[in-house]
Design a protein. Structure first.
Lengths: 940, 114
């Protein structure tokens, strides 16, 4: 239980940091540091168990049981190594931050840093690849915010870091998916022992490349190394943590974690050793060029990470032991150096070694601590850095491959180490050597130096008692190499080749330091024709420009241009699919009936009519015929509810369309021959593809299990016999609620559009001279038949609509259909009105829409009585004349549907009817046409 | 076969109309495309069983697939709302292809004189 407890505690600390900061300000760092140490102690209670090899403490909780993803944590030796870095270095950095920052509020910093620590903690413990990926991404996000919070100049570096490391995250995600699919599990410890690594070379290579990409971007390996110096924009405590224990160490962790599975893979070995050494040497050269201490340290981290990556690539037990020792050594000296550079920056006001000089006289303690850490970095005995570097030398000589590889790799590593020695001394001498100019400076407060002192002295002490580390190193080697191994880290190994290499490094490094003026001259040029950040920016801009270019294809004011695009793409896809060949099943039974051909002919006629019509009204008529035919289709196919809905919608569509068409010219604007021909070609291809796809890909199977379930169980489950209606209001009511909302929003949008832009005025009615003076010429007289019938019909329509609503659960009907019937009644009333100003239905249509959605949602809430949202509530109400009425809240839900649909229909009739022109537009003549209602008044 | 041909005809008509000029024809095109997709959905359930899924009068072994029917039912109503919205847009145009008519068809001359 310790593991989830620590993780939860870290998360809780992160949340507690901002309120703490309110009271303590920058001193929040102290309690956080204490908490980190406490948690480290808590983890340490399990350390004996891990180190003795008795087993790895683990924690398992279900997370996504349906797909077998679990919240698995596991503390083995490798995890213990990184956990101790995360918590102990974390504590030091927190304590340091308490003195580093100015007085004031830093709640966001403490929150993000603690969250960062929590994510790193989870990352190294995760025993589930999905979980591992999630924590990996959280570290990316935390680092983005930590870098970005340092002000405007940090925003681009933060974005560059985010994009690069997120791209690496995508590589990791791909690897996770590959491993999951191939091995059938997400359990990391099981995956690493799976036989696929040896049986399936393609899989192993793919995962190796992806993991390498993820780790190289995170750990700033060439050619992705540029983000780390770029991220120097972050504040010093952030840099110290990022470089020493978190973020970049995540990549190292990932490589070590996958070593058992991939260490023997040629691609893995080549890439890690090759890129690692290139990074090590290049980073060291860059560090020698820099004058800003922090930038120098950043390139130094790049270089040191290169050494680590290369040694992991070697993959022998000795190499893994060296990697463990050097990870530890690097964490200690790099944390120290960053913190002390921050101290110098704060005290002396600069980080530039051309401005700093002779600080050793005024800040002797700072100088000593820096010197200790730098000696460790340079690999000078008896510090920990010496032990780790020498064990790396020994391991490099055994690099896998032909006989010449070992010496070459060892030689390059020595060159890198010589350069490391040179820049380590350059750093110390640059700040603390030479004549003292700022003699007024003094040592900072002990509290400011204390965290750095701990890490610095630890590097010395651990070097002296290095055999004490052997149990931990043994465990890590066992975890990363697969077999039990006895490490023998020690200061003195006798006269060996590695010792000789160390001597060469010390000698050549000293010479380079003494000839520093010459070295500066030699290196005072650009080593590389391009800068990483520039390449990145060029790629970034190029990608955006490419996106714009693609978007330009359809970004046009002409709707035809972007409306055609989906169909063109569809046709292309279809031709690809056709050329690939289709496996077509058989129909379970004949699907066509002779009568169907009548419907096909009707549809053909209506489509043809709509396409060739030049008058809008004629086109509308043809469209209407098509709609009615489709309704007939539904009836024929055994879908009476759908057929009824289609029929009613068709009626209402025609009514609404007529309201709009009378404002527009009679005939369509003519289109040119080229456009007609192009449209015809596209239409024929699209139609052919659609027909072919429908024929070959639908209906070629027996009834689906879902359909079978609905048909056999719907009545038992809901009491309703109209299965379609029970699906709408019982089984898939949430869908229906969503659709209802869309409908309501469409209604509101129509109102909004018309409030903003008035409608065009109606065309002047055509004078029909032949009928002048006859009743047909007078609107009042001409509608008398309508009105007479309407008076009788209206109550019937209302009754019919209510009846359809009530019986919907059992017979064709229900909320949609009954509302459309009601809407048709309103349309009838509207059309029979003698004039525009008497036509509008004085119903609050917006309120109708709102109440419809509201009723449906409230019914949903009532469903909680039965256990969940929208679950129908059933009640049996005894009737006075005996028997019971079976009430279900699904009916109330259907009432909601009814109200919303009615609301939309009334909205359309009211707002599109009438004579409204643009609001406040042209004055209208009253009198003859008895018009004159403004759009504004209509909303009454 | 018949359903597939119907879908093909409706798609062809719809595509032809949506790439024309003017909102009204685009709207009509969308109406036809909506019909086509609705028929396609029903076709997905299969056209070999054609009894209405009303359990009071039909046996479960011959009834048509109710699930696509439920989808199509709501789709029709939503398509109606979209149609009305698009017609609204056609009705608020100021000077575009919709408000400029073509050469007069029968009767329009009179109207313009009036």
């Amino acid at each position: 239980m310790v593991l989830p407890l620590v993780l939860a505690a870290l998360t809780a600390l992160a949340l507690a940091a901002p309120p703490l900061d309110r009271f303590l300000g920058r001193s929040t760092g102290w309690p956080l540091a204490a908490a980190f140490l406490g948690l480290a102690a808590l983890v340490a209670t399990r350390a004996p168990e891990v180190l003795s090899g008795a087993g790895a403490p683990s924690f398992d909780a279900p997370w996504m049981p349906a797909v077998g993803v679990g919240f698995h944590l596991r503390l083995d030796g490798l995890a213990l190594l990184f956990v101790s870095l995360v918590l102990v270095v974390g504590a030091l950095v927190m304590a340091y931050s308490a003195s580093y920052f100015s007085h004031g509020r830093h709640g966001d910093f403490y929150l993000l840093m603690t969250l960062f620590a929590a994510a790193m903690f989870g990352l190294v413990l995760a025993d589930d690849v999905v979980l591992l990926f999630v924590f990996w991404e959280i570290t990316t996000i935390c680092s983005f915010f930590l870098i970005g919070r340092s002000g405007l100049s940090a925003s681009r570096p933060a974005v560059r870091t985010l994009i690069l490391t997120a791209a690496g995250g995508l590589a990791l995600l791909t690897a996770v998916v590959l491993m999951w699919v191939t091995t059938g599990t997400t359990r990391l410890s099981v995956i690493l022992e799976h036989s696929a690594w040896t049986d399936d070379p393609a899989f192993a290579t793919a995962v190796a490349v992806l993991v390498i990409l993820a780790a190289f971007t995170k750990s700033a390996q060439f050619p992705f190394h540029y983000w780390l110096p770029d991220a120097m924009a972050a504040s010093t405590p952030v840099s110290a943590y990022l470089h020493a224990a978190a973020m970049v160490k995540a990549g190292i962790y990932l490589l070590m974690r996958f070593s058992p599975a991939l260490a023997d893979h040629a691609v893995w070995q080549t890439a890690l050793i090759g890129f690692g050494l290139v990074t090590a040497v290049l980073g060291a050269l860059f560090a020698l060029q820099r004058h800003d201490l922090k930038e120098l340290l950043a390139y130094s981290t790049v270089s040191q990470l290169g050494f680590l990556v290369a040694i992991i690539g070697v993959g022998t037990p000795a190499a893994m032991a060296a990697a463990t020792a050097h990870t530890l050594a690097h964490a200690l000296f790099k944390a120290t150096l960053f913190m002390l550079v921050g101290v110098v920056d704060r005290e002396a006001g600069s980080r530039d070694i051309r401005k700093l000089t002779g600080l050793r006289r005024v800040m002797p303690v700072t100088a000593t601590l820096t010197g200790l850490a730098a000696l460790s970095m340079a690999g000078v005995p008896p510090l920990l850095g010496f032990v780790s570097k020498e064990s790396m030398f020994g391991a490099f000589l055994d690099a896998p491959g032909p006989g010449w590889v070992g010496p070459v790799v060892g030689g390059v590593a020595v060159v890198g180490a010589i350069l490391t020695f040179a820049y380590s001394f350059r750093l110390v001498y640059g700040a603390f050597g030479g004549p003292t100019e700022q003699s007024h400076l003094r040592e900072p407060k002990a509290a400011f130096l204390f965290p750095a002192a701990v890490a610095s002295v630890a590097g010395l002490v651990l070097g002296l008692v290095v055999p004490l580390l052997n149990p931990l190193v043994d465990r890590v080697v066992t975890d990363t190499w697969g077999l039990v191994h006895d490490s023998d880290l020690a200061l003195w190994h006798g006269f060996s080749t590695a010792l000789g290499m160390s001597v060469v490094v010390l000698g050549a490094g000293t010479v380079l330091f003494l000839r520093r003026a010459w070295l500066d001259r030699v290196l005072d040029r650009s080593l590389f024709p391009v800068r990483g950040t520039e390449v990145f920016e060029r790629l970034y801009r190029g990608t955006i420009a490419l996106g714009a270019r693609v978007g330009d294809l359809t970004r046009s004011d002409s709707p035809a241009q972007h409306l055609a695009m989906p169909f063109v793409l569809l046709a292309v896809l279809a031709s690809v699919a056709l050329s690939a060949g289709l496996a077509v099943g058989d129909f379970p039974a004949p699907v066509s009936r002779p009568m169907d051909w009548v419907l096909v002919a009707l549809i053909a006629a209506s489509v043809l009519g709509a396409v060739v019509a030049r008058s809008r009204l004629a086109a509308l008529g043809s469209i209407g015929v098509g709609g009615f035919t489709v309704a007939l289709w539904f009836f024929t196919l055994g879908a009476p509810d759908v057929g009824l809905t289609q029929l009613l919608v068709e009626v209402l569509t025609v009514v609404v369309a007529v309201l709009v068409l009378r404002r527009l010219p009679r005939s369509f604007h003519p289109t040119g021959r080229v456009r007609r021909a192009a449209a015809a070609v596209l239409a024929i291809v699209a139609g052919g593809v659609a027909a072919l796809a429908t024929y070959t890909m639908t209906g070629r199977r027996e009834l689906s299990p879902a359909a079978d379930y609905f048909l056999t169980e719907a009545e038992n489950e809901t009491g309703g016999t109209n299965v379609v209606n029970t699906i709408l209001v019982d089984f898939r009511a949430l869908d229906t609620l969503g659709e209802l909302t869309v409908l309501g929003i469409a209604g509101l949008v129509i109102v909004a559009v018309l409030n903003a832009n008035g409608l065009l005025p109606n065309r002047q009615p055509t004078a029909i001279h032949r009928f002048a003076g006859s009743p047909i010429d007078s609107p009042t007289d001409a509608t008398i038949l309508f009105r007479t019938v309407g008076r009788w019909l209206a109550p019937l329509v209302i009754l019919l609509s209510a009846y359809l609503l009530l019986r919907g659960h059992y017979e064709p009907g229900g909320g949609f259909i009954s509302a459309l019937v009601g809407g048709a009644g309103f349309a009838l009333a509207y059309l029979s009105a003698p004039s525009s100003d008497r036509a509008p239905i004085r119903w609050p249509y917006i309120a109708l829409i709102a109440s419809g959605v509201g009723v449906a949602v409230l019914t949903g809430v009532a469903g909680y009585l039965e256990g969940s949202f929208l679950r129908p509530v059933h009640l049996d109400i005894p009737l006075p004349w005996g028997g019971e009425y079976h009430f279900t809240s699904a009916l109330v839900f259907d009432v909601g549907v009814y109200l919303a649909v009615i609301g939309v229909v009334v909205t359309a009739l009211n707002r599109l009817g009438g004579d409204s022109g643009p609001p406040g537009g042209m004055p209208r003549s009253r009198g003859a046409s008895r018009s004159g209602r403004s759009a504004g008044k209509e909303t009454r | 076969m018949t359903l597939a041909i119907s879908v093909g005809l409706l798609v062809a008509g719809g595509v032809y109309l949506v790439v024309q000029r003017g909102m009204v024809r685009i709207t009509f095109g969308f109406v036809l495309l909506g019909h086509a997709v609705n028929l396609l959905l029903v076709s997905g359930g299969g056209a070999f069983r054609r009894e209405a899924p009303l359990m009071s009068e039909t046996d479960a072994s011959v009834a048509a697939d109710p699930l696509p029917q439920a989808f199509v039912l709501t789709a029709i109503v939503i398509a109606f709302a979209i149609t009305v919205y698009m017609l609204t847009l056609a009705g608020v145009g100021k000077r575009d292809d919709d408000t400029r008519g073509g050469p007069a068809v029968s009767g329009e001359k009179d109207e313009e004189k009036a």
